[in-house]
Design a protein around this ligand. Structure first.
Ligand SMILES: Nc1ncnc2c1ncn2[C@@H]1O[C@H](COP(=O)(O)OP(=O)(O)OP(=O)(O)O)[C@@H](O)[C@H]1O
Ligand SMILES: [Mg+2]
Length: 319
């Protein structure tokens, strides 16, 4: 039964536009994300994915449109076509609720993992050091890195650094997490451990907007997928629809190019029975070979995650 009271989306973006000089990058992006939803944003390089995420917490200044997060307006179109922004303290408060993890690790190199995680809660939220440390150790444990608390970024793998970056963002108790291609700068074999942490976070109900080239992750974890091209949402819907039965030629061409690059499951490898079955979904009527390719990619990812779970020591546990 539909709820009597419609819950307002946690993130609401309407008509977002952004130019760099004469180059218009975002042409009117609309996006709504409900609390607990996981959205994957996919699209070609240069299509504006990072710019969308950066506009969401005003790391980039939009030119037009409206952004509202957790009921707080951050910017909206004002008189004479000029955008107007919320006050500094409102913006600061919303930023604290938005965690962001970037493609490059962005950890402070002169600080240990623990120091990286406690820094913002102490500096921004005024949490005392002992409490910040206790929470940081819990978070490092949840990303499987309690044994690396005293290591510096250069002493850790890219995958480990990225998991510290996730713990660091979580230390601010965000209401929504933004991930910008967080696996693309690590060796492919380390991507699985980052994706596992993200998957667990999603299962715990974190609201997440994930820019990704990991189609298996997008298919397996997201509630919805948005395909962006040239600063516009070309196609949007359930992962099974957008990835399994894309309607637009641009989406089809993009997915074909991505899947041709992605490593496929070795021939004869058993497909995980619990993997989502795209054919079973009545709304899916896409090209069968495309769906089969996607299924193998999902199975590969699932197997990677399962192997990881099975071989992890207790300290490498979940979020
Ligand atoms: N600070 C900036 N100044 C000028 N141009 C910029 C700036 N940031 C981004 N751009 C341009 O905006 C366009 C979109 O960039 P953006 O980083 O959002 O794309 P993307 O979809 O995230 O691409 P990728 O998949 O390669 O990360 C690109 O043409 C980029 O060169
Ligand atoms: Mg980008």
């Amino acid at each position: 039964m539909a709820p009597l009271v419609k819950v307002a989306p946690l993130v609401k973006v309407q008509g977002l536009t952004k130019s760099f000089g004469d180059n218009q990058i975002l042409h009117g992006i609309d996006l709504e994300v409900a609390a607990g939803e996981v959205i994957s944003i996919i699209g070609p390089s240069g299509s504006g994915k990072t710019t969308i995420l950066r506009c969401l917490n005003l790391l980039e200044r939009p030119d037009g449109g409206r952004i509202e997060i957790d009921g707080q307006m951050l910017c909206e179109d004002g008189a004479k076509g000029r955008i107007k922004f919320a006050g500094k303290s409102e913006i600061r408060k919303v930023r604290e609720e938005v965690g962001m993890v970037f493609q490059r690790f962005n950890l402070f190199p002169h600080m240990t993992a623990l120091e990286n995680v406690i820094e913002a809660p102490m500096a921004v939220k005024g949490i005392d050091k002992a409490a910040a440390k206790t929470r940081a150790l819990e978070l490092l444990d949840s990303v499987g890195l309690s044994h690396r608390a005293d290591h510096y970024p250069l002493q850790m793998s890219g995958g480990q650094q990225q998991r510290v970056a996730i713990a660091r963002a979580l230390a601010m108790d965000p209401r929504v997490m933004l991930f910008d291609e967080v696996t693309s700068a690590v060796d492919p074999e380390l991507a699985g451990e980052i994706l596992l942490v993200m998957k667990q976070l999603a299962e715990q109900g974190m609201t997440m907007i994930v820019v990704t080239h990991e189609m298996g992750f997008a298919a397996d974890v997201s509630d919805r997928v948005l395909f962006i091209d040239h600063g516009l949402v070309v196609e949007e819907g359930k992962a099974s629809q957008v990835l399994g039965a894309p309607q637009h030629d641009r989406t089809k061409a993009f997915l074909k190019a991505v899947l041709e690059r992605a490593p496929m499951a070795p021939e004869g490898e058993p497909i995980d029975e619990s993997a989502p079955s795209w054919e079973a979904d009545a709304t899916v009527s896409g090209d069968a070979s495309h769906i089969a390719e996607l299924e193998s990619e999902v199975a590969r990812l699932r197997q990677e995650l399962n192997t990881k779970e099975a071989t992890d020591t207790p300290t490498e546990g979940g979020v």
